[in-house]
Design a protein around this ligand. Structure first.
Ligand code: HEC
Length: 136
């Protein structure tokens, strides 16, 4: 009986780890799609819809660091163990990225196309800063 319980707890935590991996990969796919839609809108010289997009990106990046519990680095994940070793740096990049999204949102609400474009470029820069250190 005790053995069964232990097996149950183990598989439950493995399932949970798997779930959180899917969730964070889904967040990245959403982030990627949102950036593409924003690029398209900007290329058309518009700002309509951008506020909503950057609001979503901001909340994705606020939530994102919570999706990396220590037991979620096995299996189908490209997340680097560096995240465990250097959580502060990882959290700062996520924080900076959500701050950039907030700035882009404000610029969009002011219809300041040039400022939005600048923040949008900086948001693209964040992919590389984070992936180069924290993605395998
Ligand atoms: C704060 C860090 C961070 C930032 C910023 C970041 N990423 Fe990621 N990204 C990751 C990590 C970590 C993974 C690997 C997650 C995993 O496999 O568990 C990843 C994975 C991905 C994936 C693969 C998702 C999948 O289906 O497995 C895509 C696509 C992606 N990122 C796109 C982007 C784009 C585009 C940007 C910038 C606009 C970006 N990311 C910014 C950390 C980040």
């Amino acid at each position: 009986m005790k053995k069964l319980l232990i097996i149950f707890i183990f598989s439950a935590s493995a399932l949970f780890a798997n779930d959180v991996i899917h969730q964070r990969q889904g967040s990245m796919q959403d982030f990627n799609k949102l950036m593409r839609s924003a690029t398209q809108i900007l290329n058309d010289g518009e700002t309509q819809g951008l506020e909503d997009i950057y609001t979503k990106i901001e909340s994705i990046m606020i939530e994102y660091p919570n999706l990396f519990p220590n037991d979620s680095f096995e299996g189908k994940t490209k997340a680097s163990q560096n995240i465990i070793e250097d959580r502060d740096a990882f959290n700062i990049i996520a924080q900076d990225t959500s701050d950039l999204a907030a700035l882009a949102k404000i610029a969009a609400s002011n219809n300041d196309l040039e400022a939005v474009q600048q923040h949008h470029q900086n948001l693209f820069g964040s992919c590389k800063s984070c992936h180069s250190r924290f993605k395998n």
